[in-house]
Design a protein around this ligand. Structure first.
Ligand SMILES: Nc1nc2c(ncn2[C@@H]2O[C@H](COP(=O)(O)OP(=O)(O)OP(=O)(O)O)[C@@H](O)[C@H]2O)c(=O)[nH]1
Ligand SMILES: [Mg+2]
Length: 277
């Protein structure tokens, strides 16, 4: 189904591998709505054995128990993990604190010597996870370009984010192949894969499937969807389309338009705080 890994991502990975030699640590940005789906095995070649700060970003779109569950998961593995809504000014400071904690003794030693040591961190993650938003959140003014679609950042850049820390924003990189279809759908649902290369009706019916497993009331509350024992996911998409005026000539429903409406409502939190994992 979803098999999309454009050539520029391979090039980006190679560049990141080379730039990683200049980095002391890594800020690994995960979308809190499906954190483990955002783990890209290719990043291991970039990070190697240097420290990582895992960021559960877009925490405002997920219920707190889910955030706590994933925080516990990472910390129980001895990893640093913070959660965040990067759209709120100043919030990303928790990442600076986590980095300073890791390099505490090195900072103290340098202070004694009177040297100002700069810690360099690479910000990495799948597309649309909020990497550039985090970088901007730490600057006085917007430095990195952001946008609610995959593939906004085209090239790397170093940006000073505190007195002694510089971040390198990088373009989002997807997994070269998906052996796990569920993870692939999760990434498509959250907007990490370009919508243009997707069958949005298929992605939307997958979302309906997941939402109904979590709580049947979600779609019922938002779109007054009616169920009986034979109701299929595609029928539900039809009902959503009807409710939201996606009717074309002859009374048929424009399912593509209905799919876009449902995905946008989910991505912008209009269906509530929902974690897909
Ligand atoms: N609700 C919410 N939206 C966020 C958060 N962080 C980022 N966003 C939004 O997510 C979208 C993507 O943000 P970017 O910072 O461009 O993402 P990116 O990871 O740099 O994306 P690429 O450069 O394409 O890899 C934007 O519309 C942001 O406003 C967050 O914590 N909460
Ligand atoms: Mg970006």
């Amino acid at each position: 189904m979803i098999n999309w890994f454009p050539g520029h991502m391979n090039k980006t990975l190679k560049q990141m591998q080379s730039d990683s030699k200049l980095c002391d640590c890594f800020v690994y940005v995960l979308d809190a709505r499906c954190p483990t789906s955002c783990i890209n095995p290719e990043f291991l070649k970039v990070v190697k054995d240097k420290p990582i700060i895992y960021v559960l970003n877009k925490a405002d779109l997920v219920d707190k128990p889910a955030i706590d569950k994933f925080k516990n998961y990472f910390t129980s593995q001895g990893q640093q993990c913070v959660s965040l809504n990067a759209t709120v000014s100043g919030n990303s400071k928790v990442i600076i604190d986590a980095i300073n904690k890791i390099f505490k003794s090195r900072l103290a030693q340098n202070k004694l010597k009177g040297a100002n040591f700069i810690t360099r961190a690479m910000v990495l993650g799948v597309p649309n996870s909020g990497k550039s938003t985090i970088v901007n959140n730490l600057c006085k003014k917007a430095r990195a370009v952001t946008g609610n679609r995959a593939g906004v950042t085209k090239s790397k850049q170093w940006i000073k984010v505190s007195e002694n820390i510089e971040f390198m924003d990088t373009p989002g990189v997807l997994l070269p192949n998906f052996d796990d279809e569920q993870k692939a759908y999760n990434l498509a649902i959250i907007g990490s894969v370009k919508d243009e290369v997707l069958n949005l009706v298929e992605v939307a019916t997958e979302l309906i499937n997941r939402l109904n497993l979590i709580d049947k009331n979600i779609l019922n509350t938002k779109y007054s969807v009616v169920y009986n024992e034979n109701t299929q996911n595609i029928d539900i998409l039809n009902q959503i389309g009807k409710k939201r005026g996606c009717v074309v000539k002859g009374g048929e429903i424009d399912l593509e338009r209905a799919a876009k409406i449902l995905l946008t409502d989910f991505r912008t939190g209009k269906l509530g705080k929902i974690c897909l994992e």
